[in-house]
Design a protein around this ligand. Structure first.
Ligand SMILES: [Zn+2]
Length: 553
């Protein structure tokens, strides 16, 4: 096996954060993995880098300004108020507003972004960030222990250089946040292998294949309990080989969620450490630039084992390392066997029992063949237009934001600040103007209104990753309604919060959908009006430009 230049991103602080006593997500596992990697003397075989922490502005390449602003401010004490009584941003119990949550996110995201930059610069063949892989985070809401989607942010970096990026997800849970982010584009192909059926997040069937230009570029491989190494390999290899052939990605991002390992506290597969790492070995053989990210994984000693072993696989030294664990700071955690292995058990493989594994494989390969024969599929370099802007993610290239961008961002934060501090009535009415369809055309009502959580007619449920049960999002007594983070999948439209502000040439000034320059009074006026007059319709038109993209019928 030829040598690969490996860059390894690690911030020693990451293991110090805690989601709270008894919470299954333990950032400490990343430190344990690191100590094991260090004890195996792998650190001198790769570039060890401490990533720059991601700024809030960088996070808004994907997430909404108001959500990032919220995360940067929230504390355990202020969460109730800032989440509008648990109706926004952090819904349910899965994502606690723990002490330091924003720094934790900035470490996780910073690592994935820098890993992407390292790859695109050509300075590394494989880049690793075990603190990343938080695939459930949504544009404007935390989900499944994930707050900021470092994967989406990393892929957006890759797309500045590469025409096509393949995202592969072997976490036990569906990679819903990443799939949703790139659901309408063919520049990112997502492929998730996951448990499906009464299991968080409840999405990821083989019918979910992408929309519009992205149709066919989301691949889902729904699986059942008890997946073994053999079963997993028998479905992973042919599907990934076919994707690599058809799609020819410029880079691959592999989310190595370790809750697919046997014996995981929240997982339900029966895969060994070797079986899990086989995915890394398989991709390394292709010699395509590769990013390895962490993800789920709740039996911490096994997470540490798997990620240490997969680091060895990235280096190509896995055959040389001692199966007996070297002494390390957390040695006693690895008892009673103290070996570099994750044993399987005798649970039944439900995928073989009913023949579903074969059916799922056949369907996936058929879908990929269809994609191959589709006339629109041309594997050639696409122009490097700003995908982020196209999807409504990105305002400008990071680091070169122009004045308008800065002012828009400031404005968005100002509006949000007023939202927080203003009275309940204006909060409600102002939110209506951004997030409802009431003030706009019937067309918009039709396309977006169906997914709104209005009048209790639409989905206001979430599933908890802790117990895989659905729960209702609380109704805010003050009438501040929740919105649907999954609007894209149902309507084909993306909504991007950037407020109604826009540049006015006449005044060389930002205006708020009003015919006069932005001033102290304009915002207050708008909020008073509740976003329901003609000025607001104008706002909405501007908003359309920001966040909508054409979807094939
Ligand atoms: Zn998971």
């Amino acid at each position: 096996m030829s040598k690969r230049r490996v860059a390894y991103y690690y911030d020693p602080d990451v293991g110090s954060y805690t989601y709270g006593l008894g919470h299954p997500m333990k950032p400490h596992r990343i430190r344990m993995a690191h100590e094991l990697i260090s004890a195996y003397n792998m650190l001198d075989k790769m570039h060890i880098l401490k990533p720059k922490r991601s700024s809030p502005e960088t996070m808004t390449s994907f997430h909404t300004d108001e959500y990032v602003h919220f995360l940067s401010k929230v504390t355990p004490e202020t969460a109730e108020e800032l989440t509008f009584h648990g109706t926004r941003f952090l819904v349910g119990d899965d994502n606690p507003p723990f002490e330091g949550v924003f720094e934790f996110c900035s470490i996780s995201a910073g690592g994935s972004i820098e890993a992407a930059n390292r790859i695109t610069s050509g300075a590394a063949d494989i880049a690793i960030n075990w603190a990343g892989g938080l695939h459930h985070a949504k544009k404007r809401e935390a989900s499944g222990f994930c707050y900021i989607n470092d994967i989406v942010l990393g892929i957006l970096e890759l797309l500045r250089t590469y025409p096509r990026v393949l995202y592969i997800d072997i976490d036990c849970h569906h990679g819903d946040g990443v799939e949703e982010a790139f659901y309408t584009t063919d520049r990112v192909m997502t492929c998730s292998f996951h448990k499906y059926g009464e299991y968080f997040p409840g999405t990821g069937t083989q019918e979910d294949r992408g929309r519009g230009k992205g149709k066919g570029y989301a691949v889902n491989v729904p699986l059942k309990d008890g997946m073994t190494d053999e079963s997993f390999q028998s479905i992973f290899e042919p599907i990934i080989a076919k994707i690599l052939e058809v799609y020819q990605p410029s880079a691959v991002v592999l989310q190595c969620g370790a809750d697919s390992l046997s014996g995981d506290k929240l997982g339900c597969f029966n895969i060994s450490m070797q079986g899990h790492a086989h995915c890394v070995q398989f991709l390394r053989k292709y010699d395509i630039p590769l990013i390895l990210l962490g993800g789920g994984g709740y039996t911490v000693k096994n997470v540490a084992r798997a990620w240490a072993y997969e680091t060895a696989c990235a280096l190509g030294i896995e055959d040389t390392i001692d199966p007996n664990l070297p002494w390390n700071e957390y040695f006693e955690w690895f008892g009673p066997r103290y070996r570099l292995e994750v044993a399987t058990n005798n649970m039944e493989d439900q995928n073989l029992k009913d023949g579903s594994l074969d059916r799922v494989r056949i369907t996936a390969l058929e879908q990929l063949r269809e994609l191959q024969s589709a006339p629109s599929v041309q594997v050639q370099d696409t122009p490097r237009e700003s995908l982020g802007h196209h999807l409504g993610f990105e305002k400008e290239r990071r680091g070169s934001r122009n004045e308008l961008d800065e002012r828009l961002a400031q404005h968005a934060r100002l509006v949000y600040h007023l939202q927080e501090s203003d009275s309940a009535s204006s909060v409600t009415s102002d939110d209506e103007s951004w997030d409802s369809d009431e003030s706009s055309s019937s067309n918009r009502r039709q396309t977006r209104g169906t997914s709104r959580l209005r009048n209790g007619n639409v989905d206001r449920k979430r599933m908890s990753i802790l117990n895989n049960h659905y729960y209702d999002i609380p109704v805010n007594e003050e009438g501040f309604e929740h919105y649907d983070i999954n609007a894209l999948g149902k309507t084909g439209k993306r909504r991007y919060f950037y407020s109604g502000a826009r540049w006015d040439d006449r005044y060389q000034e930002i205006i708020l959908g009003q015919s006069k320059p932005y001033g102290g009074g304009a915002l207050a006026d708008l909020m008073q009006k509740g976003g329901k007059d003609s000025d607001v319709a104008e706002m909405d038109d501007v908003d359309e430009d920001w966040d909508d993209m054409p979807i094939d019928p």
